[in-house]
Design a protein around this ligand. Sequence first.
Ligand code: CO
Length: 318
Amino acid sequence: MNLEDLTKALGVSGFEDDVRRRILEAVGDAEVDDFGNVIVGDKSGVAFVAHMDEVGLLVTSIEDDGRLKFRKVGGVDDKILPGSRVVLYGEGIRLEGVIGVQPPHFQQQQQTSWQDLYIDIGATSRQEAESMGAAPMMPAAFKREYAEMGRFVSATAIDDRAGCWALIEAYKRGVDATFMWTVQEEVGLMGARALASKSNVRSAIIVDTTACCHPNFTGGVKPGNGPIIRIFDNYGAYNNKLARRVLEIAKKRGIPVQIGAGGGGTDAAAFFVSGIPAVSIGILSKYSHSPVEMAHKDDLKYTVELIAALAEELPRTG
Ligand code: CO
């Protein structure tokens, strides 16, 4: 499974089937729990966790003229919506759409709210839109983009297919640990909350992207210098003792890592409140929550190495 294939899977929060299917193809002996999380391993010892879902949109209603109203799913900036291409999807259905934008010729106001926008699928009536397959409560993901540029990969949903990919790579290299791919992280860590509450793991290492970079939030970290140990974010400080241990192990093994912080939060918070020591490893991602997110190839490689090292060195019991 390469990263490109994973970023091309559609996985708006709550509608992750396409991502889950590809992960299940790549790993054997996986279990899917009642919430849609994917788990490989015996759920004890060290667990590595990445979320399958991505931010996007949900169609809410169809207007008489065939245009679709929608709501946002997760943290999507209104600024990136006008002029975006989206894909509506469901069982056996893929529908292209665009979010229309007022031509500069007619523009009177500068700021646009998502509530004034529509998805246009080329239908001119509600009937036509329905006959094309559009329906309320259908997810719409940003159209898939993938490009390699210099030492970077730019793609839709690098957050957190980069993490999903790193776990699959580690699994395929024979790393002995529990791996968990969660649902609905972007809307409140929902999958991880359900998973953590019934898990016996000794510690959880969350592998997610960290929005890069802002001196007030992230500190002086830089893409290419290794994944960051995310010491603090909007949920707090997670587990400093485990973070120090992760840093020691990385140093001992000569794996580049950086110390930083993040805005927002990660699934680590869900494990923390379930009484499981958790630390968040962040793959720095430029332009987070946009269709052109970028991650550095070296950081991806070091992340897999770090997972392998931590699986060997972190205690499994006690
Ligand atoms: Co994420």
